[in-house]
Structures are given as structure tokens and as C-alpha cells.
Design a protein around this ligand. Structure first.
Ligand SMILES: [Zn+2]
Length: 89
């Protein structure tokens, strides 16, 4: 199982953990979307998921244009396109 498949299954599990039985439709549903969102957010945080902060100089492309057609690798982010990663929460 890849990391992506593991996280997909984990998200499904987090959502299923907050599903409630709806007596009107007689089905298990996500009735409280805020509860489901929090369960997914906590799961992703537990897996170390982070947010990449886009480089303000190159706007995430890793290349800095010094006037057309001259382009060079962005020095601020060293060509990665982002300057830091921050926790999800
Ligand atoms: Zn950059």
C-alpha cells in the first residue's frame, strides 16, 4: 500500500468515525460536517501532513525571470517553489 492509499483509507476511516444514523433516511450519513472536518484534520495532522508555503519571489514555480528571456533558478527557494512547510494545525 502506498502512502497515498494509506492516507486515503485513513480519511475514509476518520469520516466513518463521525457518521450518524439518520432515522429519517434510515442511512448512515455525515450529519455534522464540522465534526467530520475536524476528524479529517486531526487524522492528517497525526500523519504529519504539512502545508507548503509558496515562495513569494517566484510564486511557486522555482524560476525567477530576470527579464525575458533570461531565467534563472530562484535563489530565495533554491528552485523548490516553496520557502517553508508549516504544520496543518
Ligand atoms: Zn522561489
Amino acid at each position: 500500500m502506498t502512502k497515498q492509499e494509506e492516507i486515503r483509507e485513513g480519511i475514509e476511516g476518520a469520516i466513518e468515525s463521525v457518521m450518524d444514523f439518520d432515522p429519517l433516511t434510515l442511512e448512515w450519513e455525515v450529519i455534522d460536517s464540522k465534526k467530520a472536518t475536524e476528524a479529517v484534520r486531526q487524522y492528517l495532522h497525526s500523519k504529519g501532513v504539512v502545508i507548503k508555503v509558496e515562495c513569494p519571489k517566484c510564486h511557486g514555480i522555482g524560476i525567477f525571470y530576470r527579464g525575458e528571456p533570461i531565467e534563472e533558478r530562484c535563489g530565495r527557494c533554491k528552485g523548490t517553489g516553496y520557502v517553508e512547510v508549516v504544520p496543518l494545525v
